[in-house]
Write a protein that binds this ligand. Structure first.
Ligand SMILES: [Zn+2]
Length: 237
């Protein structure tokens, strides 16, 4: 294998390496996964808000029940006093009647409130059910996606390491001065060597003078493109 052949191979493997690194970067900033993760966080937050709402409703309902009980007891006391026969004063009688009515109306109002709160509690329950199902589904999808992305990433990392070791091996057996020149051009142009195809430079696509094409084909000297400076590589046609 000539130095030029090695350079040509090195160029190809750098191309592969760049492609794999690019693919890895795209995977690392996986937009679809990011969207899924954001949605998952939002669902979790909604779920927690609903659980808190449910807890508040439960406390509220307990408080209402206690209030109903208090009014029921007071209602009974007023009723018992009324029918005990001990009340003879008309004013006291009216007062007890009014008290009974007050507790009756309060219980009625509280029971309306209880019914409404129970309705709200039921709808919160069904919302919690729905969101739990969504969270579970998304969680399964995310796990699947993570496994998929992880395996793709490890595959790409293997390919990257493979390309790096091939490049290292090729560079170790390549002429050092030529390699330095090649890297100089490559860092400026993105590639350091270009094929000659139909007397045209594969790097800049400019026509190469016939005498240079001939010299390149002889392979005795390294020939650079007069236009872009890339090392010219005569492909076997
Ligand atoms: Zn050129």
């Amino acid at each position: 294998m000539s130095n030029l052949d090695r350079l040509w191979d090195i160029e190809k493997h750098y191309g592969n390496l760049e492609l794999f690194v690019k693919e890895l970067n795209v995977l690392e900033e996986n937009k679809e996964m990011l969207r899924m993760e954001n949605r998952y966080q939002a669902l979790k937050q909604t779920y927690e808000d609903l659980v808190l709402k449910k807890k508040t409703l439960k406390t509220h309902l307990r408080k209402l029940d206690q209030e109903v009980q208090i009014h029921e007891e007071k209602f009974k006391i007023a009723e018992n006093t009324l029918y005990s026969g001990s009340v003879t004063d008309l004013k006291q009688l009216n007062h007890l009647e009014k008290e009974k009515e007050h507790h009756f109306i309060s219980i009625d109002k509280l029971e309306d409130d209880i019914l409404e709160s129970m309705g709200t509690s039921d709808s919160v329950d069904s919302e919690i059910d729905n969101i739990s199902r969504d969270i579970l589904m998304l969680d399964t999808e995310l796990v699947k996606k993570r496994v998929e992305v992880d395996s793709l990433m490890s595959e790409l990392n293997d390919k990257i390491n493979n390309e790096k070791s091939i490049i290292e091996e090729l560079e170790n057996s390549c002429d050092e001065n030529l390699l330095v020149a090649y890297h100089g051009i490559r860092s400026r142009k993105g590639s350091g060597i270009a094929e000659i195809k139909n007397d045209v430079c594969g790097g800049c696509h400019m026509r190469i003078p016939e005498n240079l094409v001939e010299k390149a084909k002889q392979g005795k000297k390294i020939i650079n493109c007069e236009n872009c400076g890339r090392i010219l590589y005569p492909l076997q046609e």
